[in-house]
Design a protein around this ligand. Sequence first.
Ligand SMILES: [Zn+2]
Length: 244
Amino acid sequence: MHRREFIKKSAQLSGLIIISPKIDFKLFDVYSEDELTGKRSPELYGKNFKLREEAYLQFNLMEKAAKESGYNIHVVSSYRSYSHQNAIWERKYKNYRSQGLSHEKTIEKIIRYSTIPGTSRHHWGTDLDIVDATKGIPHNPLAETHFNEGGRYRDFKLWLDEHSEKFGFYVVYTNAPDRKGFSYEPWHLSYKPLSKKMLEVYKTFDLKKILQSSKLMGSAHFSNELVEKYIKENILDINPDLLA
Ligand SMILES: [Zn+2]
């Protein structure tokens, strides 16, 4: 039984009045560290992609509305586990190292677009990368130029700007000039009604310890400075609408 149900049941039985605590403790029961770091999969929905139920249902509605406006949404990526993210991490790590980059430069280069395993919002089942497949899918669908003026997804991007938030989906890594961390990702949307709460919980974890004690390729080079900057910029410097 979930804590909330338990409290409700207990209150019904005893006739007590429950006063809400200041901290929403039920969040901590719902989203564990293993779950938010991708090590334990939540219940996921979807056929060609995977999301949590509420995000999945809302996404279906947005997809339908897009279709009515002439856009055929294609999901490039949705839920990713820790091991999936680690496979991406290791592939990029080996690639940059083989080009002669130092460990520090390798990490710096990977974290322009890719996350350190355990810190991806794709672990949450609320975030996804989408494009419009109406005119086919190019070999590099997730490129900013496609979404900019004159790009193949420009009209779709304008449609998303106007409609996606009504369905709960927000751009995470915006093109705000003063934003740091990951580069602009117009394709990456997050289902705010769930992910805002998840970030609140995620922030309470000892992320520095989690990262420095991880046995990832290159994690011996996760200095205090690097990890602190990563948390501040890559994890927390996102669209302010997802924090408020
Ligand atoms: Zn993404």
